[in-house]
Design a protein around this ligand. Structure first.
Ligand SMILES: Cc1cc2nc3c(=O)[nH]c(=O)nc-3n(C[C@H](O)[C@H](O)[C@H](O)COP(=O)(O)OP(=O)(O)OC[C@H]3O[C@@H](n4cnc5c(N)ncnc54)[C@H](O)[C@@H]3O)c2cc1C
Length: 420
């Protein structure tokens, strides 16, 4: 049957692309469904750069390694001074992801969303997908939900893991171009001496840098500048909740902003959520005027992109065969580890002084955190995996999401080929 696959992956973000690439490379007939007209999810549409660095012990990093090398070939990647090779260019990433997945034979279906899920007892049989123009039914031996929000689990009326009432803050990221990076670098060096927060390097003749400020009570070098802007009415208090900037590979005059945050909204009220997005866009205008006036180097800069995808750090977490806690991950290695990491527990709270960034050491995640509790041929990978809140806060970063996708595909390949 034409629309019959070994593996159907729904959601083409970090996890979904890794899953599709590895599955197809291994020889599985692979379909990838994506609601946008581009791949990458938050990495591209959310303007989320760079990939956070983590200790991977070489577990399921084949996709990441190939991605770094393909992006480097087109000038869409740099290695920062701390040896992090994940400083990517989100626009070139769209092109490279297409190329990598097509080269391995993945059937990609853009602008399609699941409309109806057909299950028989504990097996998913097929899913009807739809766009404004087209519709398609996909039969598959295995389905992997990499939508970030566990959309397929939701359509099956599965319960989600709930622990904390409040989810992590969302952000609406944006970029500014026309920035004089040499001037900005010199300004930041004289303003903030804390190299843990503000640092820079030169790669192939281009300046790369990062800095940050939050309203939490810490000794931030940029604090006097934010306080001045607040006193002069250039910023509103909530604009100062979280501010972080990075340069972007292959964009020599561009800065990517990891802000503003969306204010808390009523999760059950679509209008309130939409209003929070509108207010975040208003904050982008204030933040861009703020850096133009108070930071050296931004004088001629302009807003060049506002992310078309809202930056959701945490939404639905599936209930898996096994729900991992970070403490458990730190204390024992599972039978089938699909990733290794040491990125800290990183909780973004909208409450002042309530955010957490805590190093906890090296951990492993087991495949059972990605297997549906109730459906034999349904898996999840990426930020919607089966962990508690703290575990998700450490493992939602892009490289670990990629390892999850890769791990799921290798696991399914083994089952289909009777390999122990
Ligand atoms: C503001 C913010 C800052 C962050 N900063 C960093 C950082 O600096 N470094 C880092 O490594 N990580 C960072 N992260 C985390 C990281 O970017 C994400 O957790 C990770 O990219 C998630 O990947 P994913 O594949 O699980 O999900 P996503 O990237 O969300 O991908 C899901 C994909 O599924 C598609 N999809 C959703 N619903 C449907 C549907 N119904 N039908 C079809 N397709 C669908 C989406 O369009 C998308 O392409 C940040 C996250 C946020 C929100």
């Amino acid at each position: 049957m034409e629309n019959s696959y070994d593996i159907c992956i729904i959601g083409g973000g970090a996890a979904g692309c890794a899953a599709a690439y590895i599955a197809s490379k291994s020889g599985l007939k692979t379909a990838l469904i994506e609601k946008n007209n581009f791949l990458g999810g938050l990495m591209t549409g959310g303007l989320v750069v760079p990939v956070m660095k983590t200790n991977d012990e070489n577990i399921n990093i084949e996709f990441y390694t190939d991605l770094v090398s393909n992006l480097a070939d087109v000038g869409g990647e740099i290695e920062y001074f701390d040896k992090n090779k994940g400083w990517f260019n989100p626009e070139l990433l769209k092109i490279i992801l297409d190329k990598m997945l097509k080269s391995k034979g993945v059937d990609i279906f853009f602008e399609m969303e699941p409309k109806k899920v057909h299950a028989n007892n504990s097996r998913l049989e097929f899913i009807e997908f739809d766009s404004n123009l087209l519709s398609l039914s996909i039969y598959s031996k295995y389905f992997v939900d990499t939508t970030g929000d566990a959309v397929i689990f939701k359509m099956l009326n599965e319960k989600f893991y709930e622990q904390e009432k409040e989810k992590q803050a969302c952000s609406l990221r944006f970029t500014m171009s026309g920035v004089n990076l040499v001037k900005l670098k010199n300004f930041l060096i004289k303003t903030d001496s804390n190299k843990e927060v503000t640092n820079w390097c030169e790669v192939n003749g281009c300046i790369h840098l990062t800095t940050a400020y939050t309203w939490d009570d810490k000794n931030w070098g940029l604090k006097p500048i934010f306080e001045k802007a607040l006193n002069e009415g250039a910023l509103k208090p909530f604009d100062t909740a979280y501010f972080q900037i990075f340069t972007v590979a292959g964009m020599p005059d561009t800065i990517a902003f990891n802000c503003p945050r969306l204010r808390n909204f009523n999760e059950k009220c679509p209008k309130d959520y939409s209003n929070a997005i509108i207010e975040a866009r208003e904050a982008i205008l204030r933040l861009s005027n703020f850096v133009k006036k108070y930071f050296e180097g931004f004088e001629n800069a302009y807003i060049s992109n506002i992310a078309p995808i809202t930056g959701k750090r945490e939404t639905n977490k599936i209930i898996a065969k096994k729900q991992y806690t970070i403490d458990e991950m730190l204390s024992s290695k599972p039978n089938e580890p699909i990733l290794c990491g040491d990125y800290p527990v990183d909780i973004h709270s909208n409450k002042k002084d309530d955010s957490i960034l805590k190093n906890c050491g090296k951990y492993y995640l087991g495949i059972d955190s990605l297997i549906s509790k109730n459906y034999d041929n349904l898996y999840a990978a990426g930020r919607n995996f089966g962990g508690d809140n703290k575990t998700q806060a450490a493992l939602r970063t892009q490289k670990t999401c990629m390892s999850m996708g890769e791990g799921v595909s290798k696991h399914i390949y083994k089952i289909l080929n009777f390999i122990n």
